[in-house]
Ligand binder design. Structure first.
Ligand SMILES: C[S@@+](CC[C@H](N)C(=O)[O-])C[C@H]1O[C@@H](n2cnc3c(N)ncnc32)[C@H](O)[C@@H]1O
Length: 368
């Protein structure tokens, strides 16, 4: 309807009714840039770092092209359960297609050696098919300067474009002071941040690979012919390079960026632990970027769902203890907490209204 829609929701167990009025908001469409080219100082930095490598540039470029192809075909890591399902299906299809199955008599022959050989062959065939279908995820492990050089040659420009495009989504009047780039790799995130917010006071780059960090440091060094009077070696006065996050949660950042890092982590549980850890260090924006593959988008949705549900799941134990200590615990709050007919989200909404004014509702994670 032109004046909006009314949506009525009824809780089947309690018969509680909620009516939501949805109205259309005039949207002003923002025009986004379509091209994001690497700034000249990023190109110069890459050239400096590449020439410091021990391999001829042509050879590095060749390795970069091969790596780019490999990365393009690589899938987001599948969960072990999914992998097993696909494997079992491939195995079943292969088995059913085999006409020359050995007989029960043959299976016993030569002390089971024939059967063993057949199973070995089947396993090999399954492996080959899985690999062909790109179910061959491995983390990108960069351990040498040349490896970092090849990665940067292959990915610095596209990574920069991806990140720069995403930063455009952030309101124009927002100006961060501190930025964390987790899994900073080729420093594409630094260049995109530096271009969008040249006034950012501090950029922290975290990458588990020493080789990658050293290469990025080389590419971010000032182009000096004579000693710099300020004594600051990098193109930005305040860049920190780290291998891990600072353990303390007291250090937080206005913007936290994690670009193509979730796809480096094989297990969903570890990915969500990382998301939790990054979220706890985020003051305003957590930016997650993955490739355009649908499985990678699944990884982003998984992270988003996790943050939305954890942020609206009340830590009931803490709530009850806190309110009791302050002698503010009302029977209404206890009733809501103990009502098994309500979902966590319903409890979250009702408790927000039921707790005394000025009290905050403790949730499993800060609410997104
Ligand atoms: C695909 S690259 C990301 C690219 C990077 N954002 C860029 O623009 O170049 C992934 C990076 O994450 C780093 N990495 C992988 N696992 C990590 C982890 N658990 N913690 C921190 N960094 C990690 C890798 O060393 C690599 O440099």
């Amino acid at each position: 309807k032109p004046d909006g829609h009314t949506i009525t929701a009824i809780n089947a167990l309690t018969n509680a009714k909620s009516i939501v009025q949805v109205s259309k908001k005039e949207r002003t469409l923002k025009r986004f840039k379509r091209e994001f080219n690497l700034p000249q100082n990023a190109i110069d930095g890459l050239r400096n770092a590449i020439t410091a490598c021990d391999r001829p540039v042509k050879q590095l470029q060749n390795e970069a092209d091969q790596l780019a192809n490999r990365l393009e075909q690589r899938r987001f890591p599948e969960s072990p359960e999914n992998l097993k399902k696909v494997r079992d299906e491939v195995k079943r299809k292969l088995k059913s297609g085999k006409r020359d199955e050995i007989s029960d008599f043959d299976k016993e022959a030569f002390g089971g050696k024939v059967q063993e050989a057949q199973q070995y062959e089947l396993r090999n065939e399954v492996d080959k098919i899985m690999k062909k279908a790109s179910f061959n995820w491995k983390p990108l492990e960069i351990t040498t300067k040349e490896g970092a050089g090849a990665y940067s040659l292959a990915r610095l420009a596209p990574n920069y474009a991806e990140i720069a495009r995403c930063l455009e989504e952030i309101p124009e009047d927002f100006q961060p002071e501190t930025v964390l780039d987790y899994g900073s790799g080729s420093a594409a995130g630094f260049w995109a941040v530096n271009q969008r917010w040249p006034m950012a006071k501090e950029v922290t780059m975290v990458d588990i690979s020493d080789a990658m960090t050293k290469f990025a440091m080389d590419s971010l060094r000032k182009n000096q012919t004579s000693p710099d009077p300020t004594g600051k070696p990098f193109v930005h006065d305040n860049i920190n390079f780290r291998r891990h996050l600072l353990p303390s949660l007291n250090t937080t950042y206005d913007v936290v960026l994690a670009h193509r890092v979730l796809s480096e982590i094989g297990s969903s549980e570890t990915r969500l632990q990382l998301i939790e850890s990054l979220w706890k260090r985020t003051n305003r924006f957590l930016i997650l970027i993955e490739s355009a593959q649908s499985s990678a988008f699944g990884g982003i949705l998984e992270a988003r769902d996790f943050l939305l549900t954890q942020g609206t799941t009340v830590d009931y134990r803490k709530l009850l203890i806190d309110l009791e200590e302050k002698v503010m615990l009302s029977p209404k709050v206890v009733r809501i907490v103990e009502d098994y007919n309500l979902s966590d989200y319903e409890k979250f909404v009702m408790l927000k209204e039921a707790i005394p004014a000025g009290e905050t509702l403790p949730t499993m994670l800060p609410t997104a």
